[in-house]
Design a binder for this molecule. Sequence first.
Ligand SMILES: [Zn+2]
Length: 322
Amino acid sequence: MDAVIKQMIVGVDLGGSKINVILADSRGNIEGRDWRDTLAHEGPEAVIKRIIKSIKQVASGADIAGIGIGAAGTCEASTGIITFSPNLPEWHNIPLKDIIQREFGLPTYLENDATAAVLGEHFFGAGVGVENLVYVSVGTGIGGGVIIGGQLYHGASGSAGEIGHMTIDVNGPICKCGNIGCWETFASGTALAREAMRRIESGAQTTIPSFAGGDLGRVSAESVFLAAQVGDNLARDLIWRTAHYLGVGLVNLVNIFNPQLILIGGGLSQMGPLLLDPALKVVSERAFELPARAVRIELARLGADAGALGAVALVLQKKFST
Ligand SMILES: [Zn+2]
């Protein structure tokens, strides 16, 4: 087995805006990378060609054990099919695993990107040695991955972990999944930016637009964060609100899963304590006491490489586990 593990592994993170392809060893050391725009509007065929080109570039000349893919969409891990993705238009029942496997003649594995990320943190990041672990990716939307008893939890048809779509308010905003009041309509970066725009349009005094080039249409979670860092009161209120709703969803996860560790990753995790502290307060006030005492809620460690390193971990788990 040692001889085999000396081989390198390709990890692909297929996101709605970027494709991150890495070449890594079995300890998660990254030795090569290709990072390019997804250009999802061009449709699946063009994106798949781009992925293949990227893998060829990264894997050139290396001895490869396998290819792992974490994709931003609902994936059927057993068949390697991306069934649907809100962030990749026109991706309906695309057999991505088979296409890549045929192209390269290498064992290939596919998972949802947040599911891959939890495995990445479990193998290489903040979740090493933790048997019961929930990963929460807070970015454009909210994704999640769950490890129970040291194993990825897939559910009956492989779609488990869509934690961003738990209902937080039955009278809330319509979510892009079609349901109403989902967690990600309150606690994602998109929700934060939308609420900022709403408040600015209704006349609130704030410096937020100056961090979006003066263009209200370009206000993002990042512009709110930058304004908060220079003490803007509205920006701080908006982040507190997001953090509060983040905490409400975390209470549900703590009560349902009784995990040892919840890791917060994704773009909004860069806000650090500004986001985490109010969320932790909600958990301590509202969650059941026993699971609340058992859980640590921390920032994830693998950053923007969580999905790609998770895809590497996927190959290690599938190909080398006994
Ligand atoms: Zn939803």
